[in-house]
Each structure stands twice: as structure tokens, then as C-alpha cells.
Design a protein around this ligand. Structure first.
Ligand code: LLP
Length: 418
């Protein structure tokens, strides 16, 4: 469920007319519903109440300061994947003891910052990385928690770009290497290697691959007599974009809690999309429409530079008009909704049945709260869109539209070229 709905043919975010926000803010912009965001976090929290896990929101899905602050204020931790995300997390006032840090390529300066901040866990993915963390922790005279990310060789049904738990993917370590590390914990005096981590992929609709991965890891710990305190089961819960029928937080929890409870380990979850995905839409305006002998195109002021998921993964995002005309069902036609970028892969939706739209009409691209703005770019020298959040009766610009000046910030023309 989310808080975007039609009332009298006008599309609303919570109790605010989206057209009114567009008139004040200017398009394109991402629009988030605070209520939807927090509701989704709470759904997971409630479902997992029997084992009281740490829920660290995966910031890569949405790292706007207001979004992460809202979650932090409601008790969430954060899953970070870079020094930049750690910087944002700190600005949002997160409790360091609720921060976990994943990623195959953490740089030494990033590791140092995270140790100094006092994060709960590094999720470590190679022996090289363990040595690097050991060396930095040694110099800082600190003892840090490390979890070994295990690649359980489970293949979830999802787009191959976002499946991470297959044997041949770059993520995690195989069971034998993980075992070897656990046997040599003495080699790392400044590391407390007391956790295991798995994350098998994203937009997974069914609990089975999660159960398989959890079972495999628990079996590994038991069979090889490895003692740890924490088990981070990652993120990856799928959401509804169109006709998906994903597990609910409750049904997912019912399946995995019995396994996790038996293990008596402390549990960490790092959901991203489940929390933020349906809490955001991208609001964009029709610049032109045009008909060719084969197709009708609706050309928007937003495209792959703002929301790359359709181009990159052929992801489906539902697209709705922000205002629907009375006779809309009679005027529906099939159109391609495309952006202004010079790439034929620049589209938001193809062959969509849409009521007739005209220049200046507004459309909302649904399910854009996760991996929307965070994957936006300045391709074609386009300023990135604004971000807006509705909280109770008001809306707030939580990130301004970028300007042309922002586009060239940091660039200089060397004297020899002047
Ligand atoms: N934990 C780790 C270690 C991850 O790598 C990820 C996502 C998550 C948690 C959160 O996964 P989620 O709950 O959001 O599925 N750009 C792609 C998704 C890439 C996911 C990367 N890792 C997309 O737009 O679908």
C-alpha cells in the first residue's frame, strides 16, 4: 500500500494535490510520501518483532538526507556502501552502532572514517580487505567488528544484473574460504570476526531463495563448528511495480523467523527497495507529443538521466496522468513515453495505454522511490531533478533542482587553453 491515489480525477500524495506541488516546485521532481516510507519500515519492524533485529535501511536505494533522517528518527540504522554514504549517514544523525558497511571495494580512507565513527560492522568480502581493515584498526588501536560476506551460490529469480548470490558473482566469499578465515581469526588481533552476512540479490518476490541461503549459511556454521554472534541476512525483498505478487513482510518473516530463532544469533536486516520503493514517484511534464507512421511518442522533460531503471533493466514502472479527463477511457491510446536524451534507449515506458495527453500535462512514474534519484546522472548536461517530501499537511523541497552552475562546479579550463 502507498499514499498516492486519485480523488476526483486528480492524483494526490497523501492529502496534497500533486499538480499543486508541480506548479510551485517545477518539474521534473521526485516526490516522496513520509507516511508510506515509515509505514513500510514499520511493517518489517512489526513482522520481525519476535526476534528484534537491527533494521539498517540500505541507503543505496535512497540517500536523501531527509529520507534517511526520517528513518533514523523512527529507530532505523543504515547500511552504507561508500565513504559518501557514510558522510550522509553521519549528517542524518545515525547512531554509529546501527551502521553496517558492505561493498567489495572499500578504500583505506573510507575504512578509516568508518572505524573512527565507530560503526557496528564491516561486511567483508575478501582476504585483502580483512588485512586492510586489520592494518588500519591496528594503527588506530581500535578493535572492530567484522562479518564475512558469504556467497551461498543461490540463484534467485530476478534481473541478472541484480542477482548477487550466484557462485560466479563478484560478491562475498565461498564457504571454504570463509571457513579458512574463521580458523585464522588469531591472525587479526584488531578484528572481532563475529558475524556472517549474505545478500543474494534484489527485487526477489519469493521467500524460498532467502530460506535456502539462510539454511545454507546456518548449516555451514554448524557443520564447521564456527561460533559467531551476528547474522546479517541482507536486503532484497521485492515490491509491486505492476503485476508482481511479492511476499509481504509478514509472510516473509513467518518463513524465516523459525530458522533464525533456532540459531540464537543476533539478526540484522538491510532492506532498501522494500522501504523506499513505493514511497516515491517521479513527476514529469509532457514537452511535446508526436506521431510517426509506426508510433505515437509522448516526450517528457525527464528521461534516463533521472530514472535509469527502464533503460538499464527494462524495468517496468507504472505511469499515470496526474489529472485525468472525464472522458479519458474513450481516448486511451498506445504510446511510448520517452525522455529528451540522445539515446534510443531513453524511455520511461513503451507501448503504454494512456488517456490522450497534451503538451504541459503531468505524468507520475510510480515506484520511483528506490534506485531513482540515487542512480540519476548529469548525462547530456542535464541538471538532476528536485526532491520533495510530503509530511503531514505540508510538502518540503528536500533537494533543490540542480542549476547549470552546479553542472560545472569543480571544472576549470587550464591557462594554456585560454
Ligand atoms: N544489502 C546489500 C549488500 C546490497 O548490495 C543491497 C542492494 C541491499 C542490501 C538492498 O537491496 P534491496 O533491499 O534494495 O533489494 N539498482 C538496482 C538494485 C541494485 C541493488 C544493489 N544492492 C535496481 O534499480 O533494481
Amino acid at each position: 500500500m502507498h499514499e498516492f491515489s486519485f480523488r476526483n480525477n486528480e492524483f494526490y500524495c497523501e492529502d496534497i494535490k500533486i499538480a499543486d506541488i508541480a506548479a510551485r516546485v517545477g518539474t521534473p521532481f521526485y516526490l516522496y510520501s513520509y507516511k508510506t516510507l515509515i509505514d513500510h519500515y514499520k511493517k518489517l519492524k512489526t513482522a520481525f518483532q519476535p526476534i528484534k533485529p537491527l533494521i539498517s535501511f540500505s541507503m543505496k536505494s535512497n540517500s536523501n538526507l531527509a529520507v534517511i533522517r526520517a528513518l533514523v528518527k523512527n529507530g532505523a540504522g543504515l547500511d552504507v556502501v561508500s565513504g559518501g554514504e557514510l558522510y550522509r549517514a553521519r549528517l542524518a544523525g545515525v547512531n554509529p552502532k546501527k551502521v553496517v558497511y558492505a561493498g567489495v571495494g572499500k578504500r583505506s580512507d573510507e575504512i578509516k572514517d568508518a572505524i573512527e565513527f565507530g560503526i557496528l560492522f564491516f561486511n567483508t568480502e575478501s582476504e585483502d580487505e580483512l588485512e586492510e581493515i586489520q592494518s588500519i584498526a591496528g594503527k588506530l588501536n581500535r578493535k572492530v567488528n567484522v562479518a564475512i560476506r558469504i556467497n551461498p551460490d543461490v540463484i534467485p529469480k530476478t534481473h541478472h544484473y541484480i542477482a548477487t548470490g550466484k557462485g560466479e558473482s563478484k560478491f562475498g566469499l565461498d564457504f571454504d574460504t570463509a571457513h579458512k578465515i574463521f580458523n585464522m581469526r588469531w591472525k587479526y588481533p584488531n578484528l572481532n570476526i563475529n558475524g556472517v552476512h549474505v545478500h543474494i540479490g534484489s527485487q526477489i518476490l519469493d521467500a524460498k531463495p532467502f530460506e535456502d541461503a539462510i539454511e545454507k549459511v546456518l548449516e555451514f556454521l554448524k557443520a564447521r563448528k564456527i561460533d559467531v554472534e551476528y547474522f546479517n541476512i541482507g536486503g532484497g525483498l521485492g515490491i509491486i511495480y505492476s503485476i508482481e505478487n511479492p511476499q509481504t513482510a509478514k509472510s516473509f518473516a513467518q518463513k524465516v523467523i523459525p530458522l533464525l530463532k533456532k540459531s540464537r544469533l543476533k539478526i540484522i536486516l538491510e532492506p532498501g527497495r522494500f522501504v523506499s520503493g513505493n514511497s516515491g514517484v517521479l513527476v514529469t511534464r509532457v514537452i511535446y507529443t508526436k506521431r510517426t507512421p509506426r508510433k505515437k511518442f509522448v516526450i517528457m522533460d525527464s528521461g534516463m538521466s533521472d530514472l535509469i531503471r527502464p533503460s538499464l533493466y527494462e524495468a517496468y514502472h507504472k505511469i499515470v496522468p496526474v489529472k485525468v479527463a472525464e472522458n479519458s477511457s474513450e481516448t486511451c491510446e498506445k504510446v511510448d513515453i520517452v525522455g529528451p536524451i540522445c539515446e534510443s534507449g531513453d524511455f520511461l515506458g513503451k507501448d503504454r495505454l494512456l488517456p490522450q495527453v497534451f503538451k504541459n500535462d503531468l505524468l507520475a512514474v510510480m515506484g520511483a522511490g528506490a534506485y531513482g534519484f540515487t542512480m540519476a546522472s548529469n548525462y547530456n548536461a542535464r541538471p538532476r531533478p528536485a526532491e520533495v517530501m510530503v509530511i503531514n499537511k505540508d510538502f518540503y523541497v528536500i533537494r533543490k533542482h540542480e542549476t547549470y552552475r552546479d553542472l560545472v562546479r569543480g571544472e576549470t579550463i587550464p591557462k594554456v587553453l585560454k
